[in-house]
Design a binder for this molecule. Structure first.
Ligand code: DGL
Length: 277
């Protein structure tokens, strides 16, 4: 694959823009093609077969139409459901996924209690269960699936007027409450919260208003970007310095993604295009 080919990135919607932002900061010379599958969101409550079918279709399209040289699955749910199937189907394509940053959280906690919020798909996956089983002992990890939260965030970011009743805030209060422990630094309190879905960072101010200022929130953008840089190291694919273009595609309304990317990435509004598949 030519070094000047773009890197493909996809998510069920706008969540992966948080990963794309970290990628653009880490690899400013690369070109990126970002696909927001907003027309088929949410993934989190749809089950593995649906998420796997969408992931396969997206990778096929990114390869056929954009000739990508590497792929970042910027979605915890799609990584959990499909990455083990995408890799053997595309053995020549380097693929990086995202998973809830539980290991760094376990290393960081001082209170000994970590909370994880994620989609139902991620929390119930064999991949996530294996991640939990491999943790060192002595730290309590409480996991809360958050049905509807990613989708509510998606809509509130793409169409701010669509959340007049404060659905995002209500869901954040409900799910953080369901972790059933105080937040803070006291014994038994949750002092570290893993944002196990790439959409959740968009609700960080709301989550912080509920959980308190001192709680450490951990997401995965920067470590994933560093992993992609390592992949593009000598001996593997070569990083490039002469690109820097980002193409935005969506299976929903391009004006909405363009506006979200303008706010989040500083890209010109109106820079997104429709992708039909
Ligand atoms: N952003 C995705 C994730 O990281 C999925 C959100 C959804 O569509 O449910 O899991």
């Amino acid at each position: 694959m030519p070094a000047n080919a773009p890197i493909g990135v996809f998510d069920s919607g706008i969540g992966g823009l948080s990963i794309l932002r970290a990628l653009r900061a880490e690899l400013p010379g690369e070109d990126f093609v970002y696909l927001a599958d907003s027309g088929h969101a949410p993934y989190g409550e749809r089950g593995d077969a649906y998420v796997t079918a969408r992931s396969r279709a997206i990778v096929d399209a990114l390869r056929a139409r954009h000739g990508i040289k590497a792929l970042v699955v910027a979605c915890n749910t799609a990584t959990a459901a499909a990455i083990h199937l995408l890799r053997p189907a595309h053995p020549d394509l380097p693929i990086v996924g995202v998973e809830p940053a539980v290991k760094p959280a376990v290393a960081a906690t001082r209170s000994g209690h970590v909370g994880v919020i994620a989609t139902r798909g991620t929390a119930g996956s064999a991949k996530f269960q294996a991640l939990l089983a491999g943790l060192r002992g002595g730290v309590r990890v409480t996991v809360q699936p958050c049905d509807g939260l990613a989708y509510a965030i998606e809509r509130s970011v793409l169409q701010p007027a669509a959340d007049p009743g404060g659905e995002v805030a209500a869901l954040c209060r409900r799910y953080l409450g369901a972790l059933d422990a105080p937040f803070g630094n006291g014994p038994g309190a949750i002092d570290t919260l893993v944002l196990g879905c790439t959409h959740y960072i968009f609700a960080e101010p709301v989550l912080r208003a509920v959980a308190g200022a001192e709680v450490r929130m951990i997401e995965t953008g920067a470590p994933v970007a560093r992993q992609v840089r390592r992949l593009l190291s000598p001996g593997g694919l070569q990083p490039r310095a002469d690109g820097g273009r980002t193409t935005l595609l969506t299976t929903d309304d391009p004006a909405l993604l363009g506006a979200a990317a303008a706010g989040w990435l500083g890209l010109p509004a109106g820079s997104a295009r429709a992708a039909l598949f």
